[in-house]
Ligand binder design. Structure first.
Ligand code: HEM
Ligand SMILES: N[C@@H](CC(=O)c1ccccc1NC=O)C(=O)O
Length: 284
């Protein structure tokens, strides 16, 4: 019996094969031909070498600041993966799958809002040790954040124009998001498939009413509408949590990205992806 880290003749990589057998178990080899390990699979060498402080001498809390943002971006990537698949599932009529994937998005979004607690263990004084080094960078420049907004339904090309320092690849990604169908457009296709007109806003209001009042017939459509509303509510909760954290950290100072700071962020609190799902509430 060998233990997982011992090498065996059977598991030696050859130049031809990327698979082998070890104690009756398939053994896979990574790109370099070495046997796959935890660290090589997860590319930890690269991942754990990506935290570079701007402060010098190093400010203790800057590692936390970088880590939090990198974790956000990893989850943004996952959210985009799930939202794209959910949109495509709606377009191909797989409503159960669209809803299943949106539920995963909700869980990630709750986690993202809770993560603010970790950042708030940093005091404004400790943030002040390295904040001046960050300008003109800001969360405003998060391409994936804007992709999520566009894919959700809030397409606003003015954000692309206001972006500074975008790479060509990032410009292409944002341009594609402005072109492709949003979750809302996919949902309208679902309403269409269910037999409703969706040409005008009044058509859509009418369709939502019928769905809401005949849940036995339109159960899957109603559940999907609720999942979209939940996504909208969770995005709004993140914006609200973020602005209060910002007030706690920098008060009324302008932002490093060049905006008025909390004032600008407050102006975005009323953003809703699906206003018709919200206004439906007033007439139920
Ligand atoms: C100490 C913590 C933080 C402070 C003081 C802060 C402050 C700000 C400020 C002032 C803005 C307005 C843009 C500007 O800089 O002029 C902004 C925007 C933004 N921040 Fe943060 N932020 C913090 C943490 C985070 C974290 C952890 C994230 C997660 C990715 C984040 C994401 C964003 C995004 C996406 C925007 C653009 C929002 C929009 O345009 O609606 N921020 N932040
Ligand atoms: N805009 C923030 C700085 C900040 O939080 C930040 C800076 C660089 C990269 C991401 C950031 N996060 C959110 O805005 C500030 O004005 O203090």
């Amino acid at each position: 019996m060998t233990t997982p880290n011992e090498s065996t003749a059977a598991a030696q990589p050859s130049s031809e094969s990327v698979k082998g057998r070890w104690d009756g178990v398939d053994v896979h080899f990574g790109e370099e031909g070495g046997r796959l390990t935890y660290g090589s699979y997860l590319r930890l060498g690269q991942l754990l070498d990506q935290q570079h402080l701007e402060s010098d001498p190093p400010a203790h809390d800057e590692l936390l600041f970088i880590t939090i943002h990198q974790v956000y971006e990893l989850w943004f990537k996952q959210i985009l993966h799930e939202m794209t698949a959910s949109r495509d599932a709606m377009l191909s009529g797989e409503l159960w799958r669209a809803q299943h994937l949106l539920r995963r998005v909700h869980t990630i979004e709750r986690t993202l809002t809770q993560q603010v607690d970790i950042l708030e263990t940093m005091t404004p004084q400790d943030f002040g040790e390295f904040r001046h080094r960050l300008s003109p960078a800001s969360g405003f420049q998060s391409v994936q954040f804007r992709e999520i907004e566009f894919l959700s339904g809030a397409k606003d090309p003015s954000f692309v124009r206001r972006f500074r320092g975008l790479s060509e690849a990032e410009k292409v990604r944002l341009a594609q998001r402005l072109e492709e169908p949003t979750l809302w457009e996919a949902f309208l296709a679902v309403l269409g498939e269910a037999g409703f007109e969706t040409e005008t806003e009044d058509d859509i209001r009418g369709a939502l009413h019928k769905v809401a009042h005949d849940r036995s017939q339109f159960a899957a459509v109603w559940e999907l509408a609720e999942a979209l509303l939940q996504h909208d509510e969770l995005a709004a909760a993140w914006r609200a949590r973020h602005v209060v954290m910002v007030e706690r950290m920098i008060g009324t100072k302008p932002g490093t990205g060049g905006s008025s700071g909390a004032g600008y962020l407050r102006s975005r609190l009323d953003l809703r992806y699906y206003p018709l799902l919200w206004s439906l509430r007033s007439s139920l």
